[in-house]
Design a protein around this ligand. Sequence first.
Ligand code: UD1
Ligand code: UDP
Length: 368
Amino acid sequence: MMRVLHVVGARPNFMKTAPIMAEMAKRPGAFEQQLVHTGQHYDVNMSDAFFADLALPAPDVTLGVGSGSHAEQTARVMMAIEPFLLQYKPDLVVVVGDVNSTLAATLVAAKIGLRVAHVEAGLRSRDRTMPEEINRILTDQMADLLFTTEESANDNLAHEGIPEHRIHFVGNVMIDSLLRSLPLAARSTIVERLSLSAGRYAVVTLHRPFNVDEPTTLHEILAALGELARDLPVIFSVHPRTRERIAALGFRAEGSNLRLIAPLGYVDFLRLYSAAALVLTDSGGLQEETTYLDIPCLTLRPTTERPVTLTLGTNRLVASERDAIVRAARASLDRGATDHKSPPPFWDGHAAARIVDLLLSDPSGRAR
Ligand code: UD1
Ligand code: UDP
């Protein structure tokens, strides 16, 4: 029996951990699982909603760290998780993605000498002004098992001197969650509740500090969205960081076709973007989800750590400038549907099964 401790903390973690926990539960007698929620995200619509939507078990431990500066948040997770790791002594700690909770849990586990698996390893934007890039590099250096989603990640890890035997190309667990949830999303009434017509609206999410914390940039983006909203309804799911920044600008969209809504749960949001004509985002996960579903996506960033979404998907990078955004969005809407492309390798709904098979093929419990 392998004792596994999973760590989640922020919105993009839940859809990555859920399929791995479900897959381990399918192998009777093989795993004892514990789930730790750091509490990095805590609003109902940034956290609780995902447990029901993704059938995640309730956390065994909640650390309640909340918001703060990077140092505060990272340190709080480290201090709160250490006693639990020392007491539970798992055979494996599974961390996902690139948020502060991921780095903090990995650092503590590695120093205790626990074995760590990093899911979604090796992605690199090569932009160290992004806190996630620092989190990715350090987490990958410390983790024993590196599970990758795309081939660029394997190359990045090799370039950083990580031995090949630690790297396992398993595919994308986010697509496992997406495929599992499509039947539920088909029953969602969110498009009707928002009085939209499928294929005739755009969906927006933004939360990167370089887009939303700088008032001039945020103003440019809001102006672009306002202009685009003359062509079609623009539904903006507003992240709490962004909500605070928009309020500080004194911006109001009332009376226009630009509609600011609270973040949605996973299933409603899947239904919403899967029926959109266009997605505009700076989210990591949404670049991948739109790639899989062939939804045109404009990413308001100068770089992406997920280059396969540019080469095999519908994703395009756009500068966070009013004219550039409007031009790219109109060009994309004019182009309409493109030829259906095959999804990237191993984005097939079986990534979690590959991870679990690999863990079971290493019964010694060592990182091979
Ligand atoms: C975090 C991650 C980012 C990820 C994003 C996903 C880091 C460094 N950043 O960014 O990689 O893409 O989550 O959504 O880990 N807030 C609330 N309620 C909440 C959560 C946050 O009001 O439930 C507000 C707080 O004012 C907080 C701010 O949002 O200060 C930012 O939250 P934080 O977790 O620090 O970073 P995110 O921008 O959410
Ligand atoms: N998401 C959601 N509801 C929303 C906005 C996003 O369920 O209102 C989902 C989205 O489909 C994806 C994940 O949240 O699965 C991405 O999280 P986020 O953009 O917060 O983080 P990132 O991927 O950028 O780290």
